[in-house]
Write a protein that binds this ligand. Sequence first.
Ligand SMILES: NC(=O)c1ccc[n+]([C@@H]2O[C@H](COP(=O)([O-])OP(=O)(O)OC[C@H]3O[C@@H](n4cnc5c(N)ncnc54)[C@H](O)[C@@H]3O)[C@@H](O)[C@H]2O)c1
Length: 392
Amino acid sequence: METITIHIRPSYNVHIGYNILENFPQILDVVSNVKISKKALFFIITDKNVARHYLVPLKNSLRKYGYNTKHVVLRPGEKLKSPGKLFRLLQLMVKKGVNRDSVVVNLGGGVIGDLGGFAAAIYMRGCRLMQVPTTLLAQVDSSIGGKVGINLPEGKNLVGSFYNPMFVLSDLSTLSTLQEREIVSGLAEIIKSGLIFHRPLYEKIKNLFCSAASRDNIRIPAFEVKTLLLKNREFLQEAVSRSVNIKGEIIKQDERESNLRMILNFGHTFGHAVEKITRYRRFLHGEAVMLGMQMATELSMLQNMIDSQTGEEILTLLRLFQIPFAKRLSTRNIYKQIGIDKKKREGKVAYILLKEPGYAVAEKDISRKKVYTCVDRILSFYKGMQEKFSGK
Ligand SMILES: NC(=O)c1ccc[n+]([C@@H]2O[C@H](COP(=O)([O-])OP(=O)(O)OC[C@H]3O[C@@H](n4cnc5c(N)ncnc54)[C@H](O)[C@@H]3O)[C@@H](O)[C@H]2O)c1
């Protein structure tokens, strides 16, 4: 097991390892030295898919250690992040006797983490929060950094706050039951971490996946990506730990998302546009980011920031993974959507570009022509692939 301390105030530990869920209270008490009174109630928030496998082991471990537990099992999906569901959850917390001494434990992916985290942030003006992320995306990204919140009909993540957990436990064994596409989605954020901040991580990912792809097998099916990651246990542990470390380092220097934290948006400016245009239905978040990172890499080459050989190598890696495509994606609507994206700063969009693997910068002065060209190139590539495989 690896322990990473996120150095913000107050700091908290993230524990990453295999089969550690059953030892939740011991790790909390003995390893992390977080002392919780035996009178405190642990209120576990989870969803049906996760509860099926992991609720009983977590509850049993807490009970064996002498803690009281209660739980709620919600219906999975992004719809949970709504004002109606949030208020119902808060009312249920009253009914179940959750108070300011209680501990809210989010057991699940980013949806549970965001919803339960926001509930913990506002319930009785804030109660203690612990995250037990069970998707790869949540383990490497959403459980770290303290962003919690819900959606409004007007847009995603429009209501929320910064509220840090006091403890995070990422059991990599839980990934064995996760759907393959969700694994690819989380992997995109790991690749992003390497590309923006840590070249050795990027090189390791490249070696693992490029050697796994046979010459004619241009794309690695999602089930193979999952098999490969679960088989290479040390690699997975290192990749998750490194990504957490990177996010921790970045938010330590820039907790409230002003400058440095912007580089975490590599691939996201384009990716968010793709998600919005396809109404959050066609692409998982990481899949859209995988496409967005290709556009950002292409733009980095057009801006002469990164040399074309390295840029092409990055594109080759990103194209190994199977992601969806949608006919409604056009250069024009992606550009238009970026324009109305909330990441607009001082009237200009900040594009995160690569100078080299492991080194990203924010760039505001980019011509419309260049953005058009890079989006066009990537969309043409995927259109070409689609035609090839549909036999046109
Ligand atoms: N707070 C942040 O900083 C941040 C960052 C990125 C994304 N997010 C948010 O995260 C959400 C997406 O999170 P996600 O990708 O984890 O999706 P998710 O929480 O919807 O989980 C994906 C699916 O996998 C299931 N699942 C989860 N763990 C499982 C397991 N171990 N075994 C079997 N099934 C399992 C869930 O029930 C769900 O059906 C979005 O709402 C996004 O806005 C937040």
